[in-house]
Design a protein around this ligand. Sequence first.
Ligand code: EZ4
Ligand code: CO
Length: 405
Amino acid sequence: MKIRDVQVIVTSPGRNFVTLKVTTDDGVTGLGDATLNGRELAVASYLRDHVAPLLVGRDPHRIEDTWQYLYRGGYWRRGPVTMAAIAAVDVALWDIKGKVAGLPVYQLLGGAARNGVLTYCHASGRDLPELFDSVEAHLALGYRAVRIQMAVPGLGPIYGVGSGTSTGRYEPAIRGRLPAEETWDSSAYLRSIPGVFEKVRERFGPELPLLHDAHHRLTPIQAARLGRDLEPYDLFWLEDVTPAESQDALRLVREHTTTPLAIGEVFNSVWDCEQLIRERLIDYIRVAVVHAGGITHVRRIFGLAEVYGVKSGSHGPNDVSPVTVAAAVHLDLAIPNFGIQEHMRHEPIVDEVFPHSHRLRDGYLQAGDEPGLGVSIDEKLAAKYPYQPAYLPVNRTTDGTVHDW
Ligand code: EZ4
Ligand code: CO
């Protein structure tokens, strides 16, 4: 069997997605997601101009060999663009292997180690009543774990907080030629957020698993204080407290708090997190299949994590396509050290462009039964939504300094 055709499909049904479609000489197709929020066309070019020509004629069954060929063979290793491109190829080849074998991908990975994939959703609000409404709306949808984000009094709109809808939805990229700019103040945030969790616990009781994302905005000592201040509210995890470049920073945080720590949505490889895992500085590793080299490499990261008692908590915002959600569900089902899966529902039009068989039931994602990943793309519909520039907001502190978002 040989790869006959490799196609890159860029579509924007409400937001941008980059999809790789690999077709074999037998007419079997596999899909991979290559969406890199706000930098989509760089990955599309990497795939179209530099990867697709190398794949035609190769044996699609040789997944590991193809991974090493693109990673080591490319000389310029790692980085989000390279690793998203390799991820798309890898996931498309797993999809093809499943279809040829007549088995869902999780069966190829060892079979289901659990009955379903526990998810957490995003609730947010500009004030407490809006936040409570958002939590209630998500609980009504069946979710069993909830990420809590709230606006900071005195600041304008901030990233991660929805504006005024009952489900608290926010969009990780805003359309336009330039990114929006927002104001950030860590001191105001640190003063307000413990009180938010106090009220949420008062309202929803001690049992509901609660999560929070600090979006890399804090210094290590600020993060240590936040972890401590949140201890009474028993978080499932506190995410991305410090900028992800420094693995050492988490040691300082760890020394000061028993609040469980999660990090990793911007990591691309095992080398970005091996110290964090080996030194047990985190409790959950947040790599996503699409941004860390596909099923092949993320499985390796989760394998290392398992040895050290660190659990998975894959990134799953709505800026990854249903192809990545499907890949995550198959991997999450099969690994021994699954923790939780982030889940942000897509707009209905996205589900129409990417028909899929995985389903959310009572807060758990379930894989479909068909061979491969169980996801396809409606190319005619996709073609109706051309690429539109869209970016994450840029944050500045009150004196105008660019800050982490
Ligand atoms: O900011 O996916 O945990 N989820 C998140 C997301 C990320 C976006 C970045 O593209 O932090 O909202
Ligand atoms: Co996050």
